[in-house]
Design a protein around this ligand. Structure first.
Ligand code: SAM
Length: 214
């Protein structure tokens, strides 16, 4: 279902905007994005926009999922941490591209629904937990990649600490309603920071993020 819409999404929203990683394009051609949202939104599931998933949260625009995933430079054998599970779509795309995905969501109701979707689709390499992702997942560190799908006021140091050497962190950082996407590579000489593209994400709320009432 929706195969043609998915192909068009990959071609016009991703390839035409210079997403070049063949593995990312293939994964996004495969993962049924519509199944990660309410059926009432299926007619817009492959359009060029973020969409509501309840609890005031969103499933990110396909292009943003693609560029963030591409920045992780996954080859297939990595262990990746995602902060902000939301609908689970980004985690599913990651699960197609690496060995293991650990993902944390702070809103229990979203996490419960998403866990059911992972089970229904047969994803066995995704581990989901409810909690404050701003502290990372120390028991499972180090990670080869960490992707944060909510916006932080600054780069939390704990994420860099939980990366393996050569590991990459992808994170939107900035003001409450507008941010810049960064890639941070952990090297023996210290973190290397690359600037990617402007973006708008819902806030990362927690100990090393925004406070609930900010
Ligand atoms: N990756 C998601 C997807 O594919 O649908 C999109 C995520 S949505 C833009 C951001 C998510 O981050 C929301 O579900 C929100 O509840 C969650 N979030 C915000 N702060 C968090 C925190 N400290 N720990 C875990 N999740 C958090």
């Amino acid at each position: 279902m929706f195969e043609e819409e998915r192909s068009m999404m990959v071609r016009y929203q991703l390839m035409d905007r210079d997403i070049v990683d063949r593995r990312v394009l293939k994964a996004m051609e495969k993962v049924p994005r519509h199944l990660f949202m309410d059926e009432s939104l299926w007619d817009r599931a492959y359009s060029d926009m973020a969409l509501p998933i309840g609890e005031g949260q969103t499933i990110s625009q396909p292009f943003m999922v693609a560029i963030m995933t591409e920045l992780l430079e996954l080859k297939g054998d990595e262990k990746v941490l995602e902060i902000g599970t939301g609908s689970g779509y980004q985690a599913a795309v990651l699960a197609e591209l690496c060995r293991e995905v650990y993902t944390i969501e702070r809103i229990e109701r979203l996490a419960q629904r998403t866990k059911r979707v992972f089970d229904e689709l047969g994803y066995t390499n995704i581990t989901l937990r409810v909690g404050d992702g701003t502290v990372g997942w120390p028991e499972e560190a180090p990670f080869d990649g960490i992707i944060v799908t909510a916006a932080a006021p600054e780069i939390p140091e704990v994420y860099i600490e939980q990366l393996s050497d050569g590991g990459r962190l992808v994170i939107p950082v900035g003001e409450r309603y507008s941010q810049m996407l960064y890639k941070v590579e952990r090297t023996k000489a210290g973190p290397l920071i690359y600037t990617s593209t402007p973006c708008v994400f819902v806030p990362l709320i927690g100990e090393h993020g925004w406070k609930e009432d900010q």
